[in-house]
Design a protein around this ligand. Structure first.
Ligand code: PLP
Length: 348
């Protein structure tokens, strides 16, 4: 089980850079609606979240039979593995490690990791990746885009090329949980009826609601049907459904967040470039992967905690080992504290 998910230690007032949540916080209007919805908690929520699904469908222009809601994106990773039960899979790594666990729990005996190395700046060589897919002929391919933890984004054109050059019966699971922070709309839903694809979206990160648990998947109708058939009733509570219904109201919030994130991410990236003995990889989302060349990642994390800063070490991601930490992009004053602390520690 993933043992991360934010700082849980004893210290007070720790700045938590280990979770990648929108630093602008939850949209104000949503906060108000959630407060008002507390009065409805004495009733069961809709068993299948039909109202929220319909709103999501007209907002995304994706038909309801290609959409499913989840108790966070995580529920849908496990539900996909349970519904499809692929017997073989290729994972483009390093990436979120729950795909492997979900597959293993559902009997997938043949998991191949295509590991992209730091020498390639974690950018997959298209030809080599396609060769691996041809060679292993997996039933499913998992891609995290933008990738947690590297921040690398695979452009939609490249992804489409992979999908159409691979055998037509390959099922593609594309986790776009961090895409709202990027300046790309992703691969688009038109493709869902051309090939077997599931696109995963999370609302917890961009709308700063990790405690509420809401996400959705858009996928090829047959796969979505199988997932709906196996889904337990009422996994999404009334507050989370209201958050999904609020999505069409968030366009200003979304564009403001993206604008803020782009400029702040670039500012942080530039400041990190000047710090000795670390390398921050360029990111297209709301966090940075940082390689620490002199101080082992765990020691660096411990020393940052002395400054009241929590970061995520990355030893549990395939191919990363003991040298990497991941840091969220937060508000400018918080980011300055991280940059200052890193500078001091690496110069000691
Ligand atoms: C890449 C990726 N996908 C999915 C999830 C799960 O997100 P949620 O909070 O919506 O369940 C996470 C959580 O960190 C993640 O990093």
């Amino acid at each position: 089980m993933n043992r991360h998910g934010g700082y849980t230690g004893e210290k007070d007032n720790v700045l938590d850079f280990s979770v990648n949540i929108n630093p602008l916080g939850m949209p104000e209007g949503l906060k108000q609606i959630l407060t008002e919805t507390i009065g409805e908690l004495n009733r069961y929520p809709e068993i299948d979240g039909r109202t929220a699904l319909n709103v999501l469908s007209s907002f995304t222009k994706i038909p309801v039979n290609e959409l499913i809601l989840g108790n966070g994106a995580i529920e849908l990773i496990y539900l996909f593995a349970r519904a499809v039960r692929p017997d073989s899979a290729v994972l483009l790594t390093p990436a979120f490690n729950e795909y492997r666990r979900a597959l293993e729990m559902n009997g997938c005996a043949n998991i191949t990791e295509f590991v992209v190395s730091e020498q390639e700046d974690f950018i997959a060589d298209s030809e080599a990746f396609l060769d691996k897919i041809q060679e292993t002929a997996p039933q499913a391919v998992f891609i995290c885009n933008p990738c947690n933890p590297t921040g690398v984004f695979i452009e939609p054109d490249i992804l489409r090329e992979w999908i159409f050059k691979a055998p037509a019966d390959t099922i593609w699971f594309i986790d776009e949980s961090f895409i709202d922070f990027s300046d790309s709309g992703g691969i688009g839903s038109e493709i869902l009826t051309d090939r077997q694809i599931v696109l995963l979206r999370s609302l917890t990160k961009f709308y700063a609601l990790p405690g509420l648990r809401i996400g959705y998947a858009a996928g090829s109708p047959e796969i979505i049907r199988k997932m709906k058939d196996l889904k337990e009733p009422w996994t999404i509570n009334a507050l989370a459904l209201k958050a999904a219904e609020y999505l069409p109201e968030t366009e200003n919030f979304a564009s403001q967040s993206r604008k803020f994130m782009k400029s702040e991410r670039l500012r942080v990236e530039k400041a990190l470039e000047d710090i000795h003995c670390i390398k921050a990889y360029p990111s297209r989302t709301d966090f940075h992967l940082i390689r620490s060349d002199r101080i082992p990642a765990q020691e660096l994390a411990d020393r940052l905690l002395d400054y009241g800063i929590c970061v995520r070490t990355c030893e549990d991601f395939p191919g990363l080992g003991e040298k990497f930490i991941r840091t969220a992009v937060k508000l400018p004053e918080d980011n300055d504290r991280l940059i200052g602390a890193l500078r001091q520690i690496t110069e000691e």
